[in-house]
Design a protein around this ligand. Structure first.
Ligand SMILES: Cc1cc2nc3c(=O)[nH]c(=O)nc-3n(C[C@H](O)[C@H](O)[C@H](O)COP(=O)(O)OP(=O)(O)OC[C@H]3O[C@@H](n4cnc5c(N)ncnc54)[C@H](O)[C@@H]3O)c2cc1C
Length: 316
């Protein structure tokens, strides 16, 4: 690991000023960032790292004005264990509880979870050996190479790497908003991929809060994940659904460069009772837009439609 200066911030304003120099990176739990620094996978190496976890007042879970509010530095373990979230915003508690391992959930924050870098073995190869499209290069090495875990819904900005956040699809299914120091962004729009980058965040933009409206009366939500290991492992595919209000919301992740809202599946289940047949039809509709490339990843299509079906059935 190369040396860098580390500062414990005491305010958002201090972080904002620090990020303006273009040589500073924000760190929260560090569970994703430190790996990227140790492996030196990016084009630029920060001279300074500034810690947001020392800013007071950013670690909270509260209900206010018909809305759940979660501070940016709230740890995933606290979200998973929170009774209100378990009861009313179930998909989020379930998603947080499925991230990585107890150690990572104790360190990792909600903001870090949604701002984490994409997963792709070319992108993350140590010493920036593949200076790929997502980093601003000219080639997506996964296009020609081993792409068995990559996007099955096409490339974005020429890149096939997937977003592997577990909480992202839950936040989209629950219709959340991401609040930063300068604006409020629909969770669905937050993950639009910039090149290079993972989200719509500007280089000096700081997430401060997550807001989730109280689910409609009678609505229930669920999150389900397929990974090769039941213990620490990224999703091959994950899925969150909210059903019971007027408009069902269904979101898959790890199937595309950004979380994929399965609108056709929502239409298929809208107004219908939860039965094996209707859930299966929604699963089929969810994968209607899956591409025939990459062929090696087509198993993910089967997993995606099964997860949608099972997540819906879990709410019967
Ligand atoms: C072995 C391993 C397994 C993992 N498994 C999973 C998994 O199964 N599911 C999953 O979803 N994730 C997984 N992760 C990814 C990730 O570490 C965690 O999701 C964690 O939540 C990241 O949060 P953090 O606070 O540690 O982020 P950090 O590592 O501190 O930051 C990650 C990124 O977010 C940015 N960031 C952090 N906070 C803010 C903020 N407030 N405003 C703007 N930008 C911010 C940082 O600058 C950095 O670019 C895994 C990681 C490892 C190492």
């Amino acid at each position: 690991m190369k040396p860098f200066n580390h500062t414990n911030a005491t305010s958002i304003a201090e972080i904002k000023t620090a990020l303006a120099d273009g040589k500073t990176t924000l760190i929260a739990g560090g569970t994703d960032l430190l790996g990227t620094l140790k492996d030196n996978i990016l084009r630029d190496y920060p001279a300074n790292v500034i810690n947001i976890k020392t800013v007071p007042g950013l670690d909270y879970i509260k209900e206010e004005n018909g809305m759940l509010k979660i501070g940016a530095t709230t740890r995933l373990a606290d979200i998973a264990a929170n009774e209100t979230i378990q009861k009313k915003y179930t998909a989020l508690a379930q998603a947080a509880s499925r991230v990585a391992s107890p150690h990572i959930r104790e360190m990792g924050t909600i903001a870090g979870n949604i701002a984490q870098l994409h997963r792709c073995w070319y992108l993350r190869k140590p010493e920036n050996r593949f200076d790929c499209k997502r980093k601003g290069g000219s080639t997506c090495f996964a296009m020609q190479g081993d792409n068995r875990y990559h996007s099955i819904l096409g490339a974005e900005g020429g890149c096939l790497a997937v977003n592997s956040s577990d909480t992202a699809p839950a936040l989209i299914a629950l219709n959340a908003k991401i609040v930063t120091d300068s604006r409020t962004i629909d969770a669905e729009k937050f993950f639009e991929v910039k090149k290079p980058g993972n989200t719509v965040l500007e280089k000096d933009e700081i997430i401060t809060e997550i807001q989730i409206p109280e689910p409609p009366k009678g609505a229930k939500s669920a999150f389900i994940k397929f990974a090769f290991r039941k213990s620490i492992d990224f999703p091959i595919v994950n899925c969150a659904v909210m059903i019971g209000g007027d408009n069902p919301r269904i979101c898959l992740n790890a199937v595309a460069p950004r979380p994929y809202r399965a609108v056709k599946a929502e239409e298929a289940i809208k107004g219908k009772s939860i039965t094996e047949e209707n859930a299966a039809a929604a699963g089929e509709a969810a994968v209607a837009e899956v591409k025939s490339f990459p062929e090696a990843a087509m198993f993910k299509k089967q997993i995606a439609k099964t997860l949608v079906k099972r997540a819906i059935l879990s709410l019967a």
